[in-house]
Design a protein around this ligand. Sequence first.
Ligand SMILES: [Zn+2]
Length: 275
Amino acid sequence: MPAAMKRLAALGLALLSLSFPALAESPQGGVEVGKASAIRKLVPADQLEKAAVQQYGQIKAQAAAQGTLAPENHPELRRLRAIAQRILPHAERFNSRADRWQWEVNLIGSKDLNAFCMPGGKIAFYTGLIDTLKLSDDEIAIVMGHEVAHALREHARERLAKTQLTQLGASVLGELLGGGKYAGAFQLGGSLLTLKFSRDDESEADVVGLDLSARAGYDPRAGVSLWKKMGAASKGAPPQWLSTHPAGKNRIEEIERHLPEVMPLYEAARGKTPK
Ligand SMILES: [Zn+2]
């Protein structure tokens, strides 16, 4: 590799690990998050959201064909949608595009302990997660808040952009550093559901999720009971969600550390929302 290319490649690594100062995006209390990574702009948000709509549609169609897509009047689906209805009005504070998202919540009959929210607000829960762990409304809100936070903070977009950058290499980086706009086409190779987020992304999703659920009037302390249940469940074969979400002691400790920031939001919301 010529020296110039080597320098560019090294710069690439530096660019990937750039950290941004924490910006106060939550003026009315709650948790603070840093500015989202600039790298994510390599993947156009609208194209990614379109791809997510397509993949979500396929998952729904497949579940419908197998008779596992919960019908509109399914009590557990109604429960999920009622929780979403309280959480989603608070989404915009973490992503200004969220007001244009066509949020969807579905329930799929499956033993898998799994739940997700795709870019653009496409949420699904698997019955296995709710039934096996006997989740309370507060605990469901914690899971939903966490998954919604991944979408709002554009973790998938960032991950894909980093993969893209690694594959495309120095030429694209040169364009970006030169102030030019990268004109290459975004290609989504594979399923959004198999993306693995970094530990930092996971921590951020935990914290933002706590904030969202607390604002919606769900007890953020359910984060602790949720992860204890997850930890107990992971003693057997690790279910799908747990394989990407290790239920360690650190996770619970970190949630406990953030409780003082979100408990006031919860108390304030409870003043307004009858439980
Ligand atoms: Zn996660």
